[in-house]
Design a protein around this ligand. Structure first.
Ligand code: WTA
Length: 649
């Protein structure tokens, strides 16, 4: 097999594990051969108001794709994350909140969180929010965001969290798609000592005339700055909470009732509203949180993701709280006040399980070992990585310097669409190989296929598909089931297509090789190249734009843009800057181009299709190896682009 080093778990981790290799094998086999039995049993980790009698009714065959789990069972997510813990761990800390400012932190017990959630659920009800309504959140990493999400689940409202780094335009389109009558935000966010004008962005979004369905905006006072106020529309969170009753019974929800919408990028069109439902999602994130990280009663779990992404939903909030864990919510960034921040937080709050993203590890690694060793991270037991491929060098550094060659690293592969972790090591069970997400979690049947859909057996490389449903799978694209079927179930018959490529080695370990579609992954943020292109061509001076990813030492991928200007426009550096600002305004800072190259022409096939494969090669400085160029309409265009390639920063 490959020359990669193998890292077995240390005895102390193995001792702690719930499983050993044999138990994993047995349970995995059962989860595939008898999924109904397996999931019926494991769903018992939740409290059900009314038990289910049916476990699984799913089909991956277009056009009748449907996914239903536990469909006649009833439960409530906030009840499972809060109420049922009150008797035994009401006074235990549910959330440790660490502010951006190192001196600011607080502990919120399960009882306090329960009270706040009940109050806020009543606030929502008083504003006319009912079961099934979509509520949009545009919030910083503060406890009130967790309160708002849980309050939605308490009354059966469907939350749609929009990442606070998105622009007013991007926020507006998501509010419109969900037809939200209510938006929850904060006066400002605080990250790395800088403020983010969340309320002002909401106001800007709501100037759009097609957003007049928004009746109310609830504003959490975070920094206390003066913000614009529309009487009759805007409501102060703190004032409303002070007046609300803390008695709010949890709504009895069907297992297949919608839980949340979360927008994510694909290779074409506007971001899709990924819809997750109640029973299957919670069962799966709860089980995976416990097994993958070997979560034990009393552990402090810290996942550094933002609530605005799926990782923030599943492994900051729902997984940990359903298991009665103490979850750490961090408001800030890894490099403020300096790059030792993560380890100082680990030391201060005695974090046991730590889950972060490769881009953060690479940024911290670049600053040297000293900062990582400046704080005591001996409380750590298991670590995790997610969101993009982790390069072996970063893996080894994380393992050796942060984890003291003691803590195993769970390299977890999954997606917004999958709801929970899909391919992953299990702490203390399998040996690790840096850069490999290793093996499937329970109930997950990955396979590799060639471009014609033929399954590859044994060791090999191909497109990564999943052959059958698992409980946390997305159910549909909100409001567009056809798009769901087309996007995920039409490329390969009868299977869920992930959009990723992967290699499987002789030990059956999976190595994710990255997206095989036109999606790029910048610092763990998933972005459709088409989205960035459409933002660029909406600029009046731009005739055409092509966007590709290129290898970037810290971000994983950077954004490389080729622009053809209108004939009358002069290519200047000032215009490059203007275009960067334009993209920030249209989408948000996460989509800001790293490199812009003026392209008098773009490589196209004779039928006019842009040949991105060639543009990717040029961006990566691999133009010696362009592949087949015989279908190019005008080969001279390529020579021109190579000659004027812009060195990547
Ligand atoms: C990529 C994030 C390699 C992959 C949870 C996937 C990964 C996309 C890994 C989903 C990993 C995620 N190794 N690649 N461990 N985890 N990816 O929807 O390309 O934001 O399709 O979900 O990130 O990104 P998303």
């Amino acid at each position: 097999m490959s020359a990669s080093t193998v890292y077995p778990s240390k005895a102390e981790i193995i001792q702690h594990s719930f499983l050993d290799e044999q138990k994993y094998q047995d349970l995995y086999r059962q989860s595939i051969t008898e999924p109904e039995k397996f999931w019926a049993e494991h769903a018992q980790r939740l409290d059900w108001f009314k038990p289910f009698s049916k476990v699984k009714d799913t089909s991956f065959h277009a056009p009748d794709v449907h996914i239903r789990w536990f469909e006649d069972g009833y439960l409530n997510v906030s009840h499972n994350c809060l109420d049922r813990h009150l008797e035994h761990r009401g006074d235990q800390t549910a959330i440790i909140w660490q502010g951006d400012d190192p001196s600011e932190h607080k502990h919120i017990s399960y009882r306090e969180l329960h009270t706040a959630v009940c109050r806020f659920a009543n606030v929502l009800k008083a504003q006319g929010v009912a079961k099934g309504d979509v509520v949009t959140l545009y919030m910083p990493m503060i406890p009130e965001t967790a309160v708002a999400m849980l309050a939605c689940t308490r009354i059966g409202a469907v939350h749609s969290v929009v990442f606070g780094g998105f622009s007013p335009e991007a926020l507006a389109s998501r509010i419109l798609n969900g037809r939200s009558k209510l938006v929850i935000t904060a006066d400002e966010g605080l990250r790395g000592g800088k403020t983010i004008p969340l309320k002002a962005n909401v106001d800007a979004a709501l100037t759009r005339s097609d957003l007049d369905m928004v009746e109310k905006v609830i504003v959490v006072k975070r920094t206390g700055v003066d913000v614009g106020w529309r009487e009759g529309r805007d409501i102060c969170y703190q004032e409303a909470m002070a007046q609300a009753s803390d008695d709010c019974p949890a709504e009895v929800m069907n297992a297949e009732d919608p839980l949340f919408i979360l927008y994510t990028s694909g290779s074409t069109g506007a971001p899709k509203g990924v819809l997750h439902t109640t029973g299957g999602y919670l069962t799966y994130v709860s089980l995976s949180h416990q097994y993958v990280f070997n979560y034990r009663e009393g552990d402090v779990f810290w996942c550094t993701a933002d609530f605005g992404w799926i990782t923030g939903h599943s492994y900051v909030l729902y997984g940990p709280l359903s298991n009665g864990a103490t979850t750490l919510v961090y408001e800030g960034v890894p490099n403020y006040p300096d790059l030792s921040r993560f380890w100082r937080i680990v030391e201060q709050h005695k974090v046991n399980l730590f889950y972060t993203a490769p881009t953060a590890i690479r940024a911290i690694m670049a600053a040297g070992d000293e900062l990582a060793q400046a704080a005591d991270s001996s409380s750590l037991r298991v670590m995790g990585s997610c969101g993009e491929p982790i390069n072996p060098e970063a893996w080894e550094w994380f393992y050796r310097v942060v984890g003291d060659s003691r803590c195993p690293i769970m390299d977890t592969w999954w997606q917004t669409e999958t709801g929970g972790i899909m391919i992953t090591p299990i702490a203390g069970v399998n040996d690790l190989k840096p850069g490999s997400a290793t093996r499937p979690f329970f109930g997950v049947q990955p396979a590799l296929v060639d471009n014609e859909g033929n399954e590859i057996s044994g060791a090999g490389e191909g497109n990564l598909i999943i052959k059958d449903s698992w409980p946390a799978q997305m159910r549909t694209v909100y409001g567009d089931h056809d798009r769901f079927v087309k996007t995920y179930f039409s490329t390969f018959t009868g299977a869920y297509f992930t959009g990723d490529g992967a290699r499987r080695d002789e030990d059956g370990y999976y190595w994710i090789t990255g997206r095989v579609d036109d999606v790029i992954n910048v610092s763990g943020h998933r972005m459709g190249t088409a989205e960035v292109e459409s933002a660029l061509v909406s600029h009046p001076k731009v005739a055409e734009a092509a966007v590709v990813g290129y290898p970037h030492a810290i971000k994983g991928q950077g954004i490389y843009v080729y622009i053809t200007l209108n004939v009358s426009e002069a290519p200047t550096d000032a215009l490059k800057e203007e275009l960067r600002q334009w993209v920030r305004k249209e989408i948000g800072p996460v989509a800001s181009p790293d490199v812009i190259q003026w392209a008098p022409g773009l490589p196209k096939t004779r039928s006019g299709k842009i040949m991105r494969r060639i543009l990717r090669k040029i961006a990566a400085d691999e133009h010696d190896n362009l592949g087949d160029v015989s279908t190019l309409a005008d080969p001279s265009v390529v020579d021109e682009l190579i000659a004027n390639r812009v060195g990547a920063p």
